[in-house]
Design a protein around this ligand. Structure first.
Ligand code: 16G
Ligand code: MG
Length: 547
């Protein structure tokens, strides 16, 4: 065994693996109670160094548990261009995390052999964390792993997840994507935002928004951004962590799931509000209408808004670029119909999890992808980027075409193409609303959401439920899909699907229908089928109360 691997085994003594726990690198990396993650962090330091050697580039490690409660934490690795870790390495991560302390050397050797890594190459890793109190000691454990592997590193301290993705891409693209500093990030976004901000009086758009920062990093970083915006947009930051707890009764996940405003915010009808999650890679908007009724503008509404605007710019520029939207099965049926039937934009459906949407979006020249929960961004192909830039500088083009291309180049700068980014998406939405002179209500009126219900069912083994067709059809257990089809047929605009969660030990059931009562009943009926056919545990699901 090489000296480095011997050192790695020795180093593990200070970061012993807890007994009896099986760790898994899931859709968003490792996530668990912070108190049991020390050994995982050390090992992810080892793995990040190997990944860097394998890619001959800087990679990154983000320490966060996103929208989970504050006592949780987690880690995910980021590839050189700011992408999520290549799927084939998820298994390496899981194997290494679960190896016995004394077997770490052989576990590393297996990865080195499988990927054919030259261990003598240098390694370099960027590291950052969210605001959780468990972050500093867990960072230390990860750095210990990097150090025994002889890796150089930069610890950026507290950042949003998308900022770290941005930094690693800037660094590896030698600055072509932007300046590889936190300040460079704000400058890039603010410069594009200010150029896109048209003057003139607005009748409906009010440059004033209230932010729910989830008591996390998004609040801190938005304050920093604000200094660059020259008072063009007033952002009142609530839930900034000064009193409330991270993600407790606030944040994008809470607002989306509970369909209500977060605690800690005093809002008036018509005021535009925006909510980030705990590491600021998800964003949803909401407002109270004049009757005080809560209205959510989720990832589907955001992607529709963005696709509509970019589609107009592309047509105005005269460029031949195909633009498409990627959603998951959770997308509201009304949004899919609106995109396909009214906007005539092609829609693809991907499996849940950012990496799947990201991958599908690469099939378009301009691919807009969003999960309903508010994670998403836009990807421009290299060819599209070149064509747009060339058109923006082509003096022989009609003025209006050149201007549209110029706006597209600025939109490309404003959008963080590495991963969904709450701060960047927020500025993109503000830009479009301002250009259209829309209040939140005008945006919301594009289409009307169908009522839906999401439930979770505990079963003995959630892998008993298997799906195909981007999770829209269950292939196991036998008879489940047929049962769902029969139930769905009873309701106007009924739709339902089930899938095993990638982050919790449950099966998720989604249903939508013409009325909330029907969506609730359909979700319940499907839950009963899951319970009966897929080995439900505990009491059988109870029907929704009708009071
Ligand atoms: C993770 C995913 C998110 C997905 C969610 C589904 C990433 C970075 N995050 O949080 O995209 O919506 O899992 O959770 O991919 P579920 O499998 O428990 O329903
Ligand atoms: Mg998140």
């Amino acid at each position: 065994m090489s000296d480095i691997l011997v050192e790695a085994v020795k180093g593990a003594a200070a970061h012993p693996r807890p007994e009896g726990i099986k760790f898994a690198y899931g859709t968003a990396g490792f996530r668990d109670k912070a108190t049991i993650l020390d050994s995982v962090m050390y090992r992810m330091g080892l793995l990040a160094a190997l990944r860097s050697k394998a890619k001959k580039a800087t990679v990154a490690a983000m320490i966060t548990a996103s929208h989970n409660p504050e006592p949780d934490n987690g880690v995910k690795l980021v590839d050189p261009m700011g992408e999520m870790l290549e799927a084939a390495w998820e298994k390496h991560a899981t194997d290494l995390a679960n190896a016995k302390d004394e077997d770490i050397g052989s576990a590393l050797q297996r990865i080195i052999d499988a990927v054919d890594i030259d261990i003598s190459l240098p390694a370099d890793v960027f590291v950052a964390r969210d605001t959780r109190p468990s972050g500093p000691p867990l960072t230390q454990a990860l750095l210990d792993g990097l150090k025994v592997m002889g890796s150089t590193f930069t610890d950026f301290g507290i950042l949003t997840t998308p900022q770290l993705h941005y930094l690693v891409r800037c660094h590896n693209s030698k600055g072509a994507y932007g300046e590889p500093t936190e300040d460079g990030y704000y400058k890039k976004l603010a410069e594009a935002f200010l150029k896109l901000r048209e003057g003139g009086t607005k009748k409906k758009y009010v440059p004033d928004v209230i932010l729910d920062g989830a008591n996390g990093v998004g609040a801190l970083k938005t304050r920093k951004l604000q200094a660059h915006l020259n008072d063009t947009l007033k952002i009142t930051v609530c839930n900034d962590g000064s009193s409330g707890k991270l993600n407790e009764k606030c944040g994008a996940d809470f607002v989306k799931v509970q369909q209500m405003p977060p605690a800690g915010m005093d809002i008036q009808p018509g005021q535009r509000c925006v909510s980030f999650d705990g590491d600021a890679d998800r964003v949803v908007f909401f407002y109270l209408n004049k009757d005080g009724v809560f209205n959510l503008l989720d990832g589907d509404k955001i992607s529709t808004l963005i696709a509509g605007y970019l589609g107009e710019l592309v047509s105005a520029s005269g460029l031949q670029l195909n633009i498409g939207v990627v959603q998951t099965a959770y997308a509201n049926g009304s949004s899919t119909r609106y995109l396909e039937d009214v906007m005539k934009v092609p829609v693809s459906c991907a499996k849940t999890g950012v990496k799947h949407l990201h991958h599908k979006a690469l099939e378009f020249d301009v691919g807009v992808y969003f999960e309903a929960n508010g994670h998403g961004t836009v990807l421009f192909s290299d060819q599209a980027e070149q064509k747009i830039k060339a058109a923006s500088q082509d003096d022989s083009l009609e003025c209006s075409r050149r201007e549209a291309a110029t706006r597209l180049t600025l939109m490309m700068d404003l959008i963080n193409q590495t991963v969904g980014d709450a701060i960047s998406d927020f500025l993109v939405v503000e830009t479009i609303l301002s250009t259209r002179d829309w209040a939140a209500d005008d945006w919301n009126m594009q289409y009307r959401d169908l009522p839906s219900r999401l439930l979770k069912i505990k079963v003995k083994d959630r892998t008993a439920v298997q799906t195909t067709d981007a999770e829209r059809c269950a292939t196991a257990p036998a008879g489940l899909q047929e049962a769902i089809n029969k139930l769905v047929a009873k309701y106007q605009q009924g739709r339902s699907f089930v899938r095993p969660s990638g982050t919790e030990d449950v099966v998720r059931v989604f249903a939508e229908a013409d009325t909330q009562a029907n969506a609730d009943v359909l979700a319940h009926e499907v839950s009963v089928q899951v319970y009966q056919l897929a080995g439900g545990v505990g009491d059988q699901p109870q029907p929704p109360s009708t009071s």
